[in-house]
Each structure stands twice: as C-alpha cells, then as structure tokens.
Design a binder for this molecule. Structure first.
Ligand SMILES: Cc1cc2nc3c(=O)[nH]c(=O)nc-3n(C[C@H](O)[C@H](O)[C@H](O)COP(=O)(O)OP(=O)(O)OC[C@H]3O[C@@H](n4cnc5c(N)ncnc54)[C@H](O)[C@@H]3O)c2cc1C
Length: 538
C-alpha cells in the first residue's frame, strides 16, 4: 500500500498519545491528530494501576513518570470511606491496589493525568515516525478496500487537509466522532444522574482531614444518594483537590451553590477557591465492537463510565498496549487480520464486565447497604455490616484480574473465557499477565524481556528453546529466548517454558516441548484457526 501514513490516531488524550508512543517505538509511521493545542489542566485519571506502570516501564518512561509525581514519594495512594460526611464516627481504610503489588513488576502510582500526558507528549518528540497535528480537528473518515482517509481542519486557520492511511484508531474520547462515523452502537447501565466535577484549593480541608491516616482520596457516602459517591481526591498534599458528586439534572454552573454541596459532604464549613467546574453523566457506555474494517476505537471512545475505581484511564492504556503490537505485527507482515481482530475479541469482554460487575454492581450494592443499615436505628447490625463492607472493598481489588483465557490467539484452557474476574497468582497461566521473577543474574525477568515475543526457558537444556527459535525463524516472528537455569523463585511459575506476548500476556506455558511449536506460534499471530489446549510432548 502507498498511503501517507501507516496509521492515523484521532485524539491525543492519554490513550491516543500512549498508542502513538507504543507504535513510534515500533517504527510504525503514524499521524496523531488532536484538536487541543495544550493539555487540559484537569487532574482526572490519577490512579495508575501496576499494569499501567508496566506499560510505562516498557516505554522507557517509568522513572520519568514517577519523578513527575506531585505528591511526595511514598505518600499513600488508597482511600478513606466514611458514612454520611467526612466528620462521621464511622469510617474505614480498606486495603486497596497495593494489596496486589507483588504480582507485578511495577508498583502503582498516583499523579494528575495532565502530568502523565506531558511525559507521553515529551516522549513523542523523540520518535521520528510519529507526526503530530496538535490544533487539528478530525472531521470525517472514509474507508475503502485498501485505505482509510481522514479529513482534518486546523482549528485556527480552518486550513483543510486529508491523510490517507492503512488504518485509523479513534482515541477521541466519550463523544467519539470515529465511533459515530462507523455507526458502532453502545450499551450499558444509565443512571440518569448528573454529576459535578469541581477542582478547588483549600488548606483548611487538608488540615481537618488529619483526623484520618494519610490517604489520597475520601469517599463520603451519603445514605440518601443511592450508592453514588461524593468523592474528594488530593491533587497535591496541602491544598489542591478535586471533588465529584451527584447534582440535580437541571444544575448549571450559575444556578447552584457548589461550596455548600462540598461543605455538606465534608461535614463542616471551610474556605476554598474554585479553579474548575464541569459536569458529566453517570452512565456506563461500552461499544458493541472495537473494530469495523480498518477503523478501530480505544479508550473512552470504546468504553466510558463513572470514575469509580480508577478503571477508565488504566483500561484505555491497556487497549493501546494490546492493539499497538498487533497493529505493528500486521503492518510488518508477521501478524494477520485475525490477530488484529483479537484486539476487540480480547478487550471488549473485559470492559463489559468491568463496567457492569465492578462499577454498576458496586453502585447498586452500596445503595442497598445504605437502605438496609442505619447506625441510628440498629448500631450493632450496622457495625457488623460496615466491617463486611470494608472487606468487600478489598475483594474488589484482589478479584480484578483481567485475563484472556478465551482468546483465539492464546493457548488457553479448553472452555476458557476472557474475563475481568480472576485470581492473582505467580503461576504462569496462559491468558494471564506474567508475574515478576528474579533471575539468577539478580535482574528481574521484566528487565530482560524484549519488545516482541519472548520464550522464557528455565532449564539447562537447549532443545526446547531451539525448537522455538527454528519455528520463529520459519514464520518470521521476532522472538527472544531468555535462558535461566537457577532462578531462585522459578518454582512459583510452575512451568519450565513460558511463551510471552509483546504485551507480556502468556500465550502458553509447560514443562515440556509443545507437540507442534510451529502451530503454537501460528496461533499466537493469528495464522491458525483451531488448536485449543496445546498438549506437550511427554
Ligand atoms: C474526575 C475524573 C477522575 C478520573 N479518575 C480516574 C482514575 O483515577 N483512574 C482512571 O483510570 N481513570 C480515571 N478517569 C477517567 C480518565 O480520565 C479517562 O478514562 C481518560 O481520560 C480517557 O482517555 P482517552 O484518551 O481515551 O480520552 P480523553 O481523555 O477524552 O481524550 C480524547 C482526546 O481526543 C480529542 N478529540 C476528540 N475529538 C476529536 C476530533 N474530532 N479531532 C481531534 N481530536 C479530538 C480530545 O480533545 C481529547 O484530547 C477519571 C475521569 C474523571 C472525569
């Protein structure tokens, strides 16, 4: 094909920029079209899960990102939940994301989304294959057999241009024009509830919250609000805050007393200065598919939802990581259309479940809790249930383990289903992300993994590794072999050989050579239709 670019990315928010970094590092030529010239200074997605930090590590950006942190290093990331308002006698601090730190190479992090976006934008400047169009609006997309064409207009001069590419990815947010252009429908729970997002400064609030152990977020659960949150999040330590809460449907910036709302949730009056006010609708909207022909969608364009639990940005960046290597493999000729189609096949069920089971179900469950238990009516029953509720929050973290056991490009268990629910484990399981391991060199396996496929061979023998090497050469699939004979904790993996994808999900693991290594690799790059449960040669 002879297009201007291999790929056009519409939308240079975190997901579009993350995808551009992933592809730029793989030498794929792409145009990134973003209508805003400057990054929006709203903190939004701050809570970066361990997997997200793994992406930044792979992009060579983990240290830079951590040094862009606004809060002091080590300041606790989790949150406090209170009954009623923040001055309540009833509150708890559940164990949160840090509970699963051991299963990832990188620990979780917290910083305002705009600081993270700056780190990504700076990286783009070092990637010659990425051309940026900041201040350009994508207006229309047309798809033909071998090409997609995107019409763009400069937001200042209104000068128009057209970019021809092999593929387009819409990372253009909840109101995605790319999604609408190809007519992809969305579905999900709609709570018909308007929410306000306020960004403000108050030293007094910081002082009064010293009644709690140091934390980054505070959820004031008003029993009258049907499980909807009144949420305070720190931007820094000392002054900066964001807050979101339900407001009546007809609320505007002019007709409502937001200070009174925040003070009611806090449980006391305090001085504050507002920097920003905006609204969003409390609804979960997941696109029915993330691909139509040569056009893909990712991030909020594919799945939008309330910021309850920090799933949005993290899932969006996982979309970028999942699609990025597959797109590069297809464009370089060693991946197939089937591999590209596995992006939607893998990512869609994860978010469908995340939206309904981890977000909507939580709202409903908490709504019922507050309908049922009231400390003024039956303190004993309330206290027992309150304790159970705290444990339930911790379970939400430990059971959230997105995996692709049912994927057509993974050699998962027979009858495996891709799911957002799972169990964290060190065991190397097909369809799950790789856990960290210290190699005999003292390095972590993540420091040795290459950017493409990897075979981890925890064995003295070369025979199996050689079989993989031969098959990879035959199929032209880039593969790095990592040989290690005496890693201390290799027993945790419960497998001697592990085939790992470029996004660090496991395709296959076993103690012996698979029956047909060529067929296994063909499956991993979408060249093989059948095969499930690749047996080993005993
Ligand atoms: C208060 C709040 C708190 C949040 N907290 C968390 C959290 O803790 N953890 C978490 O994971 N998520 C959180 N989120 C969600 C997170 O902010 C979003 O999921 C994330 O911004 C999605 O990134 P995106 O790149 O997909 O979309 P966006 O950030 O919406 O970016 C889309 C970009 O596309 C551009 N664009 C749109 N249309 C066009 C066009 N036609 N042409 C060119 N450019 C276009 C827009 O200008 C924008 O820059 C929070 C959100 C809010 C509001």
């Amino acid at each position: 094909m002879n297009n201007d670019q291999q790929l056009v990315i519409i939308g240079g928010g975190p997901v579009g920029t993350g995808l551009a970094v992933e592809l730029g590092l793989r030498d794929i030529s792409c145009a990134l079209v973003e209508r805003r010239k400057e990054i929006q200074r709203i903190p939004k997605g701050q809570n970066l899960m361990q997997r997200t930090m793994d992406h930044f590590y792979c992009w060579g950006l983990a240290d830079t990102l951590r040094s862009a942190r606004v809060m002091p290093p080590g300041y606790p990331i989790g949150g406090v939940t209170t009954y009623g308002n923040l001055m309540s006698d009833y509150w708890y601090v559940p164990q949160q994301r840090e509970a699963v730190n051991d299963f990832f190479f990188q620990v979780n992090e917290r910083l305002p989304q705009y600081c993270m976006e700056e780190v990504l934008r700076d990286k783009l400047k070092t990637l010659p294959s990425v051309e940026t169009y900041f201040g350009w609006n994508a207006e229309a997309i047309e798809q033909a057999d071998n090409t997609v064409s995107v019409s763009i207009a400069n937001v200042d001069s209104q000068v128009r241009d057209n970019i021809e590419a092999d593929y387009v990815v819409g990372c253009d947010g909840g109101r995605s024009m790319a999604r609408d252009a190809i007519g992809i429908e969305r579905s999900g729970s709609d709570f018909d509830q308007k929410m306000v997002l306020a960004v403000f400064r108050s030293k007094e609030l910081h002082e009064r919250l010293k009644r709690f152990p140091e934390r980054s977020t505070y959820r004031a659960m008003d029993p009258n609000l049907k499980g909807y949150w009144q949420f305070f999040g720190r931007i820094d330590v000392g002054e900066g805050w964001f807050f979101h809460a339900p407001v009546p449907l007809d609320t505007t910036v002019e007709n409502y007393d937001f200070k009174a709302l925040i003070e009611k949730a806090a449980g006391f009056e305090f001085e504050c200065e507002f920097d920003h006010l905006s609204f969003w609708d409390l609804r979960i909207a997941v696109a029915e598919t993330y691909q139509l022909g040569r056009i893909f969608i990712a991030g909020d364009a594919a799945h939008s939802h309330p910021p309850y639990g920090g799933f949005g940005l993290n899932n969006g960046l996982e979309d970028a990581r999942n699609l990025g290597w597959k797109m590069a493999a297809r464009l370089k000729g060693w991946g197939t259309d089937k591999l590209l189609a596995s992006y939607s096949e893998e990512r869609h069920p994860i978010f469908k479940e995340t939206g309904e089971n981890f977000i909507a179900a939580r709202i409903e469950k908490e709504g019922k809790f507050f309908e049922t238990y009231n400390p003024d009516e039956d303190l004993e029953a309330f206290l027992v249930a309150w304790e159970q509720k705290k444990e339930g929050t911790a379970r939400l973290v430990t059971t959230y383990e997105p995996n692709y056991e049912g994927s057509s490009v993974i050699d998962g268990p027979v009858g495996g289903v891709s799911s957002a629910h799972g169990e964290h484990s060190f065991k190397a399981r097909a369809g799950h992300h790789l856990a960290p391991l210290t190699l005999s060199s003292g390095k972590n396996v993540f420091e040795e993994l290459g950017n493409d496929f990897n075979l981890l061979a925890l064995d003295d023998e070369m025979k199996v590794a050689e079989a993989f090497e031969k098959a990879a050469n035959e199929l032209n699939v880039p593969l790095k072999i990592i040989h290690d004979t005496c890693a201390d904790d290799r027993e945790d993996y419960k497998a001697r050989y592990i085939l790992i994808r470029p996004d660090h999900y496991i395709v296959w693991s076993g103690d012996n050579e698979p029956k047909d290594v060529v067929q296994l690799l063909e499956k991993a790059v979408g060249k093989c239709q059948h095969l499930s449960g690749m047996h080993e040669i005993k």
